[in-house]
Design a binder for this molecule. Structure first.
Ligand code: SAM
Ligand code: DTB
Ligand code: SF4
Length: 331
């Protein structure tokens, strides 16, 4: 029998100063990854993934919106912006006991991390106290803790660190060049500054973005390069596929092709080899096969639980079936 020739992926896309301590990626280098044939791109992502992780393991985080709606910001994708017209019941900050009850359930169902989200531009000092109590109580259950509260003022990250916070989620969301078309009430630099505060306090950074908002491939590559060039790169990188919510300016966004989403996951994996890449919003609309492709491309984390913040997520039973079919184990 003839040996089947093994084609090697073109290795033109390598980071420009990979000999340096922090690997820097140019936008062109990340675009070159996107331009690889899909099989070669996924093969490369798999190789990188397996150097640093067990490819059969998936980390699971459960989300809870602890303060819903009425946000002052104008993020075009978000149901929780007071400026958007999405149908949503505003809710005050949840009592700590209710948060703890939800965290207990999440732990019983197999989540390892509990992420509490608040629809704020940033927390007022009076709001931070109850959130610190939530962090302490959830941590006491033996769960990793994560919060996403918007922009932090000096000193707030330290208070969160003292309460035992493990992760702070704050996404760069989209490329600097596209940011102003999605959000005008704060800048991407504001977000970078908050990530700096989080780092300074010694909390792990969870930062990623959203695709499918009408951005170009170059914009997507620029976002990935920017995340990878944060020094160090975020420990956790959520890749959200836009959930087009009626009443938001993005309600009729065209979205991106599934394979373009897979390419984005692969580019994140290759450029951030030791980070957890999270298959985030948009999973409810994805087939089992599409999700498996994302795992093959290096995604090794997901939101687990019937709800994201205000929109749906595959229910836990459906996810268990998928894990079983794919032989995936929780971390
Ligand atoms: N207010 C805080 C903030 O903006 O960081 C925390 C909550 S905010 C809803 C968290 C993240 O969810 C956003 O940065 C965005 O990446 C993601 N997100 C929000 N709405 C989304 C949607 N419709 N589709 C996909 N991702 C979304
Ligand atoms: C992240 O990157 N995605 C999560 C979490 N971090 C907070 C939120 C997704 C929200 C999707 C739309 C919604 O449910 O409102
Ligand atoms: Fe507010 Fe965050 Fe939604 Fe923007 S993404 S409107 S900051 S809750």
């Amino acid at each position: 029998m003839n040996a089947i020739p093994q084609t090697q992926p073109a290795l033109s896309a390598v980071p420009s100063d990979s000999a340096g301590s922090a690997t820097k990626w140019t936008v062109a280098e990340v675009e070159a990854l996107y331009n690889l044939p899909l099989m070669d791109l996924v093969w490369r992502a798999q190789q990188v993934h397996r150097q640093h992780f067990n490819a059969n393991e998936i980390q699971r985080s459960t989300l809870l919106s602890v303060k819903t709606g009425g946000c002052s910001e104008d993020c075009g994708y978000c149901s929780q912006s007071a400026r958007n017209k999405a149908e949503l019941e505003r809710e005050k900050l949840m009592p700590v006991e209710e948060v703890v009850a939800a965290a207990k359930k999440a732990k019983e169902k197999g989540a390892s991390r509990f992420c509490m989200g608040a629809a704020w531009r940033g927390p007022k000092d009076k709001d931070l106290g109850p959130v610190l109590d939530m962090v302490k109580a959830v941590k006491a259950l033996g769960l990793q803790t994560c919060v996403t509260l918007g922009m932090l003022k000096e000193g707030q990250a330290e208070q969160l660190a003292e309460a035992g916070l493990d992760y702070y989620n704050h996404n760069l969301d989209t490329a600097a060049e596209f940011y102003g078309q999605v959000i005008t009430t704060h800048t991407q630099q504001d977000r970078i500054d908050t990530i700096g505060e989080v780092r300074k306090a010694g909390i792990n950074v969870c930062s990623g973005g959203i695709v499918g908002m009408g951005e170009s491939r170059k914009n997507r590559a620029a976002l990935i390069a920017q995340l990878a060039n944060l020094n160090p790169a975020p420990e956790s990188v959520p890749i959200n596929n836009l959930v087009a919510i009626p009443g938001t300016p993005m309600a009729n966004a065209k979205g991106i092709d599934n394979f373009e989403f897979v390419r984005t996951v692969a580019a994140a994996r290759i450029t951030m080899p030791t980070s957890f890449v999270r298959l985030s919003a948009g999973r409810e609309e994805m087939s089992e096969e599409m999700q498996a492709l994302c795992f093959l491309a290096g995604a090794n984390s997901m939101f687990y639980g019937d709800k994201l913040l205000t929109t749906g997520n595959p229910d836990v039973e459906r996810d268990e079936v998928l894990f079983e079919k794919l032989g995936l184990q929780p971390i």
